[in-house]
Design a protein around this ligand. Structure first.
Ligand SMILES: Nc1nc2c(ncn2[C@@H]2O[C@H](COP(=O)(O)OP(=O)(O)OP(=O)(O)O)[C@@H](O)[C@H]2O)c(=O)[nH]1
Length: 293
């Protein structure tokens, strides 16, 4: 964090120095050459010293920032070489050196900018992806689930096909956590999420609403098809053998089902009914499914 703040400060200084250089050179052509030079040299030399001092902080940055940093440093160094003109009378060599350093800096700067934009885009896409999934199980989170379902209802409003929704709750999960520990509880949640995912048709999806509760949305499934899928999920979870400390641990789920013709029930009502049915399944002894009636 500290290194990133330091890097941003270093970049800000470099930009400022380069801006001052350009601004001074182009906006004060009437100033005496010496005055312009003095402003340029003081800013460039102080920036160069600052770069040397902060370089250590940048060593953990990704490659692209290093290249960006290097390219801007070369531009600043190129400007600084001018200063030597004041003290040494080897103008020709210094001019050529200045041109080479600046050209190299400019090429690197363009290269780094292009790659920085690419890198930034990838990071944004990655962050967007992370915001959409549940970080533990990798299935969509509540927000994504609500978004996907709302989109589906909006797009298919006029169709009269059925949709079904499950609320799935892990049974006695507190006991699992208390007996085997929280990390193992997490492992169980990951296994269950994968098992549910594998039991679904293409196009249907599972999400984790939070805690040990999952929700499944079945497009185009009437109550009969929904119960077949629910039973498949229940059985597959029951058959899971999750290894822990030289033995296999079992877990089960209770599933509440609600089905509706798409334009008859909104999502809220569908969810409310499935939740009620899930509690009924719990009261019937768990490890079973129950349809809302
Ligand atoms: N390991 C783990 N545990 C969690 C997570 N989120 C919630 N829990 C735990 O899940 C447990 C849920 O317990 P309860 O609501 O009492 O439900 P239950 O023990 O499954 O009982 P029933 O629902 O009646 O079967 C609590 O102990 C929570 O701490 C999680 O992300 N990881």
């Amino acid at each position: 964090m500290k290194a990133i703040a330091e890097r941003n400060r270093a970049f800000a200084v470099l930009f400022l120095v380069l801006l001052i250089s350009v601004f001074t050179a182009y906006h004060y052509p009437y100033a005496t050459p010496n005055a312009v030079d003095i402003v340029l040299e003081i800013t460039n030399v102080s920036a160069f010293i600052y770069l040397l001092l902060t370089f250590e902080q940048l060593r953990e940055d990704s490659g692209i920032y290093k290249v960006l940093f290097l390219s801007m440093s070369l531009l600043v160094v190129g400007n600084s070489i001018d200063l030597l003109d004041e003290f040494f009378v080897i103008d020709g060599i210094l001019d050529i050196t200045e041109d080479i350093v600046k050209s190299l800096g400019f090429i690197l700067f363009i290269f780094a900018c292009i790659h920085w934009v690419k890198h930034h885009k990838q990071q944004l896409a990655h962050m967007r992806h992370l915001a959409e999934i549940d970080s533990l199980t990798g299935v969509p989170n509540r927000r994504t689930f609500l978004k996907l379902t709302a989109e589906y209802f909006e797009l298919n409003e006029k169709d009269s096909l059925h949709v079904s929704l499950f609320v799935i709750d892990v049974d006695d999960f507190k006991d699992i956590n208390d007996t085997y520990g929280h990390p193992f509880g997490d492992e169980i949640l990951i296994e269950i999420a994968n098992t549910i995912k594998l039991a679904l048709r293409k196009g249907d999806y599972v999400a984790r609403l939070g805690g040990e509760e999952f929700v499944v949305f079945l497009k185009d499934a009437d109550s009969e098809e929904a119960t077949v899928t629910a039973e498949r999920i229940r059985l597959n979870v029951q058959n899971l053998n999750i290894y822990h400390n030289y033995k296999y641990v079992k877990c089960t789920v209770s599933i509440g089902i609600s089905t509706s013709s798409r334009h008859l029930l909104g999502f809220e009502e569908l969810y409310h009914r499935a939740d009620e049915a899930m509690y009924k399944a719990k009261s019937l002894g768990k490890n079973c499914y129950c349809s809302y009636t």
